[in-house]
Design a protein around this ligand. Structure first.
Ligand SMILES: Cc1cc2nc3c(=O)[nH]c(=O)nc-3n(C[C@H](O)[C@H](O)[C@H](O)COP(=O)(O)O)c2cc1C
Length: 315
Protein backbone atom coordinates (compact mmCIF):
# COMPACT_ATOMS: atom_id res chain seq x y z
CA UNK A 1 0.00 0.00 0.00
CA UNK A 2 1.41 3.39 -1.00
CA UNK A 3 1.28 6.54 1.15
CA UNK A 4 -1.80 8.74 0.72
CA UNK A 5 -2.81 12.10 2.21
CA UNK A 6 -4.45 10.08 5.01
CA UNK A 7 -1.28 8.16 5.96
CA UNK A 8 0.68 11.44 5.87
CA UNK A 9 -1.93 13.36 7.89
CA UNK A 10 -2.03 10.84 10.73
CA UNK A 11 1.53 9.46 10.42
CA UNK A 12 0.36 5.86 9.90
CA UNK A 13 1.71 3.04 7.72
CA UNK A 14 -1.57 1.88 6.18
CA UNK A 15 -4.61 4.09 5.34
CA UNK A 16 -6.83 1.90 7.50
CA UNK A 17 -8.77 3.33 10.45
CA UNK A 18 -10.73 1.30 12.99
CA UNK A 19 -13.88 3.35 13.56
CA UNK A 20 -14.91 4.21 17.10
CA UNK A 21 -17.68 1.79 18.07
CA UNK A 22 -19.82 1.79 21.19
CA UNK A 23 -19.17 -1.31 23.36
CA UNK A 24 -16.46 -2.61 20.97
CA UNK A 25 -13.67 -0.02 20.74
CA UNK A 26 -11.81 -0.25 24.01
CA UNK A 27 -8.04 0.34 24.34
CA UNK A 28 -7.45 -3.33 23.46
CA UNK A 29 -8.97 -3.07 19.98
CA UNK A 30 -7.74 0.46 19.25
CA UNK A 31 -4.15 -0.24 20.35
CA UNK A 32 -4.03 -3.50 18.35
CA UNK A 33 -5.00 -1.59 15.17
CA UNK A 34 -2.47 1.18 15.85
CA UNK A 35 0.28 -1.35 16.59
CA UNK A 36 -0.50 -3.16 13.31
CA UNK A 37 0.09 0.06 11.31
CA UNK A 38 -3.44 1.52 11.13
CA UNK A 39 -5.16 4.20 13.20
CA UNK A 40 -7.07 2.83 16.19
CA UNK A 41 -9.89 4.93 17.65
CA UNK A 42 -11.35 4.61 21.14
CA UNK A 43 -15.15 4.70 21.06
CA UNK A 44 -16.05 7.23 23.75
CA UNK A 45 -19.79 7.00 22.97
CA UNK A 46 -20.23 4.18 25.49
CA UNK A 47 -17.82 5.47 28.15
CA UNK A 48 -18.31 7.65 31.21
CA UNK A 49 -15.71 10.43 31.23
CA UNK A 50 -13.67 8.66 33.92
CA UNK A 51 -13.76 5.41 31.89
CA UNK A 52 -12.48 7.28 28.84
CA UNK A 53 -9.65 8.68 30.94
CA UNK A 54 -8.61 5.16 32.00
CA UNK A 55 -8.73 3.91 28.40
CA UNK A 56 -6.66 6.88 27.20
CA UNK A 57 -3.99 6.10 29.79
CA UNK A 58 -3.96 2.38 28.81
CA UNK A 59 -3.82 3.38 25.16
CA UNK A 60 -0.81 5.64 25.75
CA UNK A 61 1.03 2.79 27.48
CA UNK A 62 0.08 0.21 24.83
CA UNK A 63 1.01 2.25 21.74
CA UNK A 64 4.31 3.87 22.83
CA UNK A 65 3.99 7.11 20.88
CA UNK A 66 2.32 5.67 17.75
CA UNK A 67 -0.71 7.59 16.37
CA UNK A 68 -4.24 6.89 17.62
CA UNK A 69 -7.42 8.79 18.35
CA UNK A 70 -10.79 9.06 20.04
CA UNK A 71 -14.23 9.07 18.39
CA UNK A 72 -16.73 11.44 19.96
CA UNK A 73 -20.38 11.34 18.93
CA UNK A 74 -21.18 15.07 19.30
CA UNK A 75 -24.60 14.40 20.84
CA UNK A 76 -22.83 12.91 23.89
CA UNK A 77 -24.42 14.46 27.00
CA UNK A 78 -21.16 15.22 28.86
CA UNK A 79 -19.26 16.33 25.78
CA UNK A 80 -17.46 19.26 27.46
CA UNK A 81 -16.02 16.93 30.07
CA UNK A 82 -14.83 14.50 27.36
CA UNK A 83 -13.19 17.31 25.42
CA UNK A 84 -11.41 18.52 28.56
CA UNK A 85 -10.01 15.02 29.14
CA UNK A 86 -8.94 14.63 25.51
CA UNK A 87 -7.11 17.95 25.49
CA UNK A 88 -5.47 17.51 28.89
CA UNK A 89 -4.20 14.02 27.90
CA UNK A 90 -2.84 15.34 24.58
CA UNK A 91 -4.78 12.85 22.44
CA UNK A 92 -3.36 13.35 18.91
CA UNK A 93 -6.49 12.75 16.78
CA UNK A 94 -10.27 13.13 17.20
CA UNK A 95 -12.95 11.74 14.89
CA UNK A 96 -16.26 13.50 15.54
CA UNK A 97 -19.63 12.17 14.39
CA UNK A 98 -23.39 12.65 14.82
CA UNK A 99 -23.48 16.45 14.92
CA UNK A 100 -21.95 19.58 13.43
CA UNK A 101 -18.15 19.92 13.26
CA UNK A 102 -18.50 23.72 13.36
CA UNK A 103 -18.62 24.11 17.13
CA UNK A 104 -15.56 22.14 18.28
CA UNK A 105 -13.03 21.92 15.42
CA UNK A 106 -11.27 25.19 16.33
CA UNK A 107 -11.00 24.10 19.99
CA UNK A 108 -9.28 20.86 18.97
CA UNK A 109 -6.99 22.61 16.50
CA UNK A 110 -5.96 25.15 19.15
CA UNK A 111 -4.83 22.16 21.24
CA UNK A 112 -2.86 20.69 18.30
CA UNK A 113 -5.36 17.87 17.72
CA UNK A 114 -6.16 16.67 14.18
CA UNK A 115 -9.87 16.41 13.41
CA UNK A 116 -11.86 14.21 11.03
CA UNK A 117 -15.65 14.29 10.87
CA UNK A 118 -18.09 11.59 9.71
CA UNK A 119 -20.82 12.48 7.16
CA UNK A 120 -23.38 10.63 5.09
CA UNK A 121 -23.86 13.18 2.29
CA UNK A 122 -21.97 15.59 0.02
CA UNK A 123 -23.89 18.48 1.59
CA UNK A 124 -22.43 17.72 5.03
CA UNK A 125 -19.00 17.06 3.52
CA UNK A 126 -19.02 20.65 2.22
CA UNK A 127 -19.93 21.85 5.73
CA UNK A 128 -16.90 19.95 7.05
CA UNK A 129 -14.67 21.85 4.65
CA UNK A 130 -16.18 25.15 5.86
CA UNK A 131 -15.61 24.07 9.47
CA UNK A 132 -11.92 23.50 8.68
CA UNK A 133 -11.64 19.79 9.56
CA UNK A 134 -8.50 17.96 8.40
CA UNK A 135 -10.28 15.00 6.77
CA UNK A 136 -13.78 13.78 6.09
CA UNK A 137 -15.18 10.26 6.57
CA UNK A 138 -18.01 9.53 4.11
CA UNK A 139 -20.07 6.65 5.45
CA UNK A 140 -22.55 4.72 3.33
CA UNK A 141 -25.74 3.18 4.66
CA UNK A 142 -24.32 -0.34 4.62
CA UNK A 143 -22.43 0.64 7.78
CA UNK A 144 -23.09 -0.67 11.25
CA UNK A 145 -24.25 1.64 14.03
CA UNK A 146 -25.95 5.01 13.58
CA UNK A 147 -26.38 5.86 10.00
CA UNK A 148 -27.41 8.27 7.24
CA UNK A 149 -31.09 9.13 7.00
CA UNK A 150 -31.08 9.19 3.18
CA UNK A 151 -29.82 5.61 2.75
CA UNK A 152 -27.03 6.58 0.33
CA UNK A 153 -24.70 3.63 -0.33
CA UNK A 154 -20.91 3.83 -0.15
CA UNK A 155 -20.66 3.22 -3.91
CA UNK A 156 -22.92 6.20 -4.60
CA UNK A 157 -21.56 8.47 -1.87
CA UNK A 158 -17.76 8.34 -2.29
CA UNK A 159 -17.45 9.68 -5.86
CA UNK A 160 -19.90 12.47 -5.10
CA UNK A 161 -18.14 13.51 -1.89
CA UNK A 162 -14.89 13.37 -3.90
CA UNK A 163 -16.41 15.90 -6.30
CA UNK A 164 -17.88 18.05 -3.54
CA UNK A 165 -14.74 18.65 -1.47
CA UNK A 166 -10.97 18.73 -1.77
CA UNK A 167 -10.51 17.36 1.77
CA UNK A 168 -8.58 14.10 2.35
CA UNK A 169 -11.34 11.50 2.04
CA UNK A 170 -11.90 8.34 4.08
CA UNK A 171 -14.55 5.87 2.88
CA UNK A 172 -16.66 3.85 5.33
CA UNK A 173 -19.50 1.36 5.07
CA UNK A 174 -19.33 -2.20 3.80
CA UNK A 175 -15.52 -2.42 3.66
CA UNK A 176 -14.07 -5.66 5.06
CA UNK A 177 -11.52 -6.82 2.46
CA UNK A 178 -8.50 -5.50 0.61
CA UNK A 179 -10.47 -5.57 -2.64
CA UNK A 180 -13.13 -3.34 -1.05
CA UNK A 181 -10.36 -0.94 0.03
CA UNK A 182 -9.11 -0.89 -3.56
CA UNK A 183 -12.67 -0.24 -4.79
CA UNK A 184 -13.07 2.67 -2.35
CA UNK A 185 -9.78 4.12 -3.57
CA UNK A 186 -10.84 3.69 -7.20
CA UNK A 187 -13.85 5.85 -6.31
CA UNK A 188 -11.64 8.61 -4.90
CA UNK A 189 -11.03 7.69 -1.25
CA UNK A 190 -7.54 8.01 0.22
CA UNK A 191 -8.20 5.81 3.24
CA UNK A 192 -10.92 3.66 4.79
CA UNK A 193 -12.70 3.49 8.13
CA UNK A 194 -13.67 -0.06 9.01
CA UNK A 195 -16.15 -0.91 11.75
CA UNK A 196 -17.90 -4.27 11.46
CA UNK A 197 -14.76 -6.31 10.67
CA UNK A 198 -12.97 -4.96 13.76
CA UNK A 199 -16.09 -5.25 15.95
CA UNK A 200 -15.85 -8.98 15.17
CA UNK A 201 -12.14 -9.31 15.98
CA UNK A 202 -10.71 -11.07 19.02
CA UNK A 203 -9.70 -7.76 20.63
CA UNK A 204 -13.18 -6.17 20.33
CA UNK A 205 -14.89 -5.78 23.70
CA UNK A 206 -18.24 -6.95 22.27
CA UNK A 207 -19.53 -10.10 23.98
CA UNK A 208 -18.67 -13.50 22.57
CA UNK A 209 -22.41 -14.22 22.10
CA UNK A 210 -22.79 -11.10 19.95
CA UNK A 211 -19.72 -11.93 17.84
CA UNK A 212 -20.85 -15.54 17.32
CA UNK A 213 -24.35 -14.38 16.27
CA UNK A 214 -22.85 -11.89 13.81
CA UNK A 215 -20.71 -14.48 12.02
CA UNK A 216 -23.81 -16.57 11.26
CA UNK A 217 -25.62 -13.73 9.49
CA UNK A 218 -26.78 -13.92 5.89
CA UNK A 219 -27.35 -11.06 3.48
CA UNK A 220 -30.48 -9.19 4.50
CA UNK A 221 -30.23 -10.04 8.21
CA UNK A 222 -29.55 -6.42 9.24
CA UNK A 223 -31.93 -3.53 8.67
CA UNK A 224 -31.97 0.21 9.18
CA UNK A 225 -34.55 1.22 11.80
CA UNK A 226 -35.37 4.05 14.24
CA UNK A 227 -35.29 6.92 11.73
CA UNK A 228 -37.52 8.91 14.09
CA UNK A 229 -34.79 8.78 16.79
CA UNK A 230 -31.49 8.18 14.99
CA UNK A 231 -31.30 5.78 12.02
CA UNK A 232 -29.54 2.64 13.25
CA UNK A 233 -28.53 -0.55 11.45
CA UNK A 234 -29.21 -3.64 13.55
CA UNK A 235 -29.75 -7.37 13.31
CA UNK A 236 -33.33 -8.53 12.92
CA UNK A 237 -34.21 -10.07 16.28
CA UNK A 238 -37.18 -9.97 18.68
CA UNK A 239 -36.44 -6.35 19.63
CA UNK A 240 -36.15 -5.32 15.96
CA UNK A 241 -39.50 -7.06 15.21
CA UNK A 242 -41.19 -4.95 17.92
CA UNK A 243 -39.60 -1.75 16.62
CA UNK A 244 -40.52 -2.60 13.03
CA UNK A 245 -44.14 -3.37 13.94
CA UNK A 246 -44.40 -0.14 15.95
CA UNK A 247 -42.87 1.91 13.12
CA UNK A 248 -45.34 0.37 10.64
CA UNK A 249 -48.14 1.36 13.01
CA UNK A 250 -46.86 4.98 13.07
CA UNK A 251 -45.22 5.01 16.53
CA UNK A 252 -43.61 8.32 17.50
CA UNK A 253 -40.08 8.79 18.89
CA UNK A 254 -41.22 8.53 22.53
CA UNK A 255 -42.98 5.22 21.89
CA UNK A 256 -39.91 3.88 20.09
CA UNK A 257 -37.67 4.93 23.00
CA UNK A 258 -40.02 3.08 25.35
CA UNK A 259 -39.74 -0.09 23.24
CA UNK A 260 -35.94 0.18 23.09
CA UNK A 261 -35.67 0.56 26.86
CA UNK A 262 -32.55 1.66 28.73
CA UNK A 263 -29.09 0.85 27.39
CA UNK A 264 -30.38 -1.25 24.48
CA UNK A 265 -27.02 -1.28 22.64
CA UNK A 266 -25.12 -2.25 25.80
CA UNK A 267 -27.60 -5.08 26.44
CA UNK A 268 -27.17 -6.38 22.90
CA UNK A 269 -23.49 -5.84 22.09
CA UNK A 270 -21.74 -5.94 25.47
CA UNK A 271 -24.03 -8.16 27.57
CA UNK A 272 -24.93 -10.46 24.68
CA UNK A 273 -28.71 -10.34 25.11
CA UNK A 274 -29.45 -11.55 21.59
CA UNK A 275 -33.27 -11.27 21.77
CA UNK A 276 -34.08 -8.03 23.55
CA UNK A 277 -30.82 -6.12 23.03
CA UNK A 278 -30.06 -3.81 20.11
CA UNK A 279 -27.54 -5.68 17.93
CA UNK A 280 -25.76 -2.98 15.92
CA UNK A 281 -23.62 -4.33 13.07
CA UNK A 282 -23.06 -3.58 9.37
CA UNK A 283 -24.38 -5.37 6.27
CA UNK A 284 -20.89 -6.75 5.54
CA UNK A 285 -21.11 -8.97 8.64
CA UNK A 286 -22.64 -11.60 6.35
CA UNK A 287 -19.23 -11.91 4.62
CA UNK A 288 -17.33 -12.46 7.90
CA UNK A 289 -17.25 -16.06 9.11
CA UNK A 290 -14.43 -16.15 11.66
CA UNK A 291 -13.29 -14.13 14.69
CA UNK A 292 -9.61 -13.35 14.09
CA UNK A 293 -6.92 -11.33 15.87
CA UNK A 294 -6.42 -7.77 14.60
CA UNK A 295 -2.82 -8.41 13.43
CA UNK A 296 -4.06 -11.21 11.14
CA UNK A 297 -6.96 -9.08 9.87
CA UNK A 298 -4.57 -6.26 8.99
CA UNK A 299 -2.11 -8.61 7.22
CA UNK A 300 -4.95 -10.11 5.19
CA UNK A 301 -6.37 -6.68 4.26
CA UNK A 302 -2.98 -5.49 3.00
CA UNK A 303 -2.20 -8.72 1.08
CA UNK A 304 -5.66 -8.76 -0.53
CA UNK A 305 -5.34 -5.06 -1.44
CA UNK A 306 -1.96 -5.66 -3.14
CA UNK A 307 -3.27 -8.73 -5.02
CA UNK A 308 -6.34 -6.78 -6.17
CA UNK A 309 -4.28 -3.85 -7.45
CA UNK A 310 -2.02 -6.26 -9.39
CA UNK A 311 -5.04 -8.01 -10.88
CA UNK A 312 -6.60 -4.69 -11.88
CA UNK A 313 -3.37 -3.62 -13.61
CA UNK A 314 -3.81 -6.56 -16.00
CA UNK A 315 -7.34 -5.60 -17.12
C1 LIG B 1 -21.26 -1.91 16.84
C2 LIG B 1 -20.97 -0.59 16.17
C3 LIG B 1 -20.95 0.55 16.92
C4 LIG B 1 -20.65 1.79 16.33
N1 LIG B 1 -20.56 2.92 17.12
C5 LIG B 1 -20.15 4.09 16.57
C6 LIG B 1 -19.91 5.23 17.39
O1 LIG B 1 -20.03 5.20 18.61
N2 LIG B 1 -19.52 6.39 16.77
C7 LIG B 1 -19.33 6.47 15.40
O2 LIG B 1 -18.97 7.53 14.88
N3 LIG B 1 -19.55 5.38 14.61
C8 LIG B 1 -19.92 4.21 15.16
N4 LIG B 1 -20.06 3.10 14.38
C9 LIG B 1 -19.70 3.20 12.95
C10 LIG B 1 -18.20 2.82 12.72
O3 LIG B 1 -17.33 3.72 13.36
C11 LIG B 1 -17.84 2.76 11.21
O4 LIG B 1 -17.91 4.04 10.62
C12 LIG B 1 -18.76 1.82 10.46
O5 LIG B 1 -18.94 0.64 11.20
C13 LIG B 1 -18.18 1.53 9.10
O6 LIG B 1 -19.00 0.65 8.38
P1 LIG B 1 -18.87 -0.97 8.46
O7 LIG B 1 -19.55 -1.35 9.72
O8 LIG B 1 -19.60 -1.44 7.27
O9 LIG B 1 -17.40 -1.29 8.46
C14 LIG B 1 -20.38 1.86 14.94
C15 LIG B 1 -20.42 0.68 14.20
C16 LIG B 1 -20.69 -0.53 14.79
C17 LIG B 1 -20.67 -1.79 13.96
Amino acid sequence: MKPTRITTLFGIKYPIIAGGMVWCSSWRLASAVTNAGGLGLLGSGSMHPETLEQHIEKMQQATAGKPWGVNIPLMYPEIDKLIEIIISHKVPVVFTSAGSPKKYTATFHAAGIKVAHVVSSSKFARKCEEAGVDAVVAEGFEAGGHNGREETTTMTLIPQVRQATSLPLIAAGGIASGSAIAAAMALGAEGVQIGTLFALSQESSASEAFKQRCITLNEGDTMLALKKISPTRMIKNALYDKIHAAEDAGADADKLREILGAKAAKRGIFDGDLDSGELEIGQIASAIKEIKPVAQIMDELVADFDATVQKMAQL
